[in-house]
Design a protein. Structure first.
Lengths: 75, 168
């Protein structure tokens, strides 16, 4: 169970990333943020976001047009 | 804004010269600035010439299909390109702007107002070109709070210190 869930469904680039940036600051260090999105571009974008910010992209899955990402906040 | 103690592996910086103020061309600089800030990049935006009005408190952005053979708007399952002769008719700009704003809303794309607010919230630096302000007789009072005024040397100092410099 993630510490926080961000529903970014229906939002287009760059909103899922901008909202994730804000939301990750609201989970404890080492805690996890779950993001739900429908933007297909968010798959590559969350990989890049994690690489550049030091947070860890733990899971990236897709289910019926909804992408789910699990990001662990850098300690 | 970053919470104290949050890791910042990305100590890079970017400058963007913003020269265009139409609804379509306002997107690339604000999208890149906000996204870079979200990736811990320090961002400065220098607003000059037709980009300067993007700092006005009240935005009234328009697009024009005139002279834009590359602009293809989706319409009834097709893409519509407008001949210049049609685009020149009064009212076409307003209609195209309305159409674009509807698309933006429908596709979940952020408004320029929202992106600008996100940029302010993430400490993106806004520099207004003093010369443009004088040239086009704009008043700083009509611009949003927190902007700096500066000229080419102010921009150049940012550019010389930045890892990425864009002209849009």
């Amino acid at each position: 169970m993630a510490d926080k869930t961000l529903d970014a469904k229906g939002l287009n680039c760059p909103l899922p990333i901008l909202k994730a940036k804000k939301a990750i600051g609201e989970v404890p260090m080492g805690g996890t943020l779950e993001i739900l999105a429908t933007d297909p571009g968010s798959v590559a974008d969350f990989e890049a976001f994690a690489r550049q910010t030091g947070h860890t992209l733990m899971e990236s899955t897709q289910d019926g047009g909804v992408y789910r990402f699990l990001i662990q906040r850098a300690a | 804004m970053d919470t104290a103690g949050q890791q910042k592996p990305n100590a890079k910086s970017m400058s963007i010269i913003v020269t265009k103020g139409t609804l379509d061309w306002a997107y690339p600089p604000f999208i890149l600035a906000t996204t870079a800030a979200a990736m811990d990049v320090k961002v400065s935006m220098f607003f000059t010439f037709y980009g300067l009005p993007l700092l006005k408190k009240k935005l009234d952005l328009q697009i024009s299909p005139l002279g834009k053979p590359d602009m293809a708007m989706p319409m009834m399952g097709m893409h519509m390109k407008m001949p210049n002769l049609v685009a020149a008719i009064p009212g076409v700009n307003a209609a195209a702007t309305t159409m674009m704003k509807n698309l933006i809303k429908k596709k979940g794309v952020a408004s320029i107002e929202d992106l600008r607010e996100a940029a302010v919230d993430s400490d993106v630096e806004f520099i207004a070109c003093q010369m443009t302000l004088d040239l086009f007789e704009f008043d700083k009072k009509d611009m949003i709070d927190g902007i700096k005024l500066g000229g080419a040397a102010t921009y150049m100092e940012r550019a010389l210190e930045s890892d990425i410099n864009l002209f849009i």
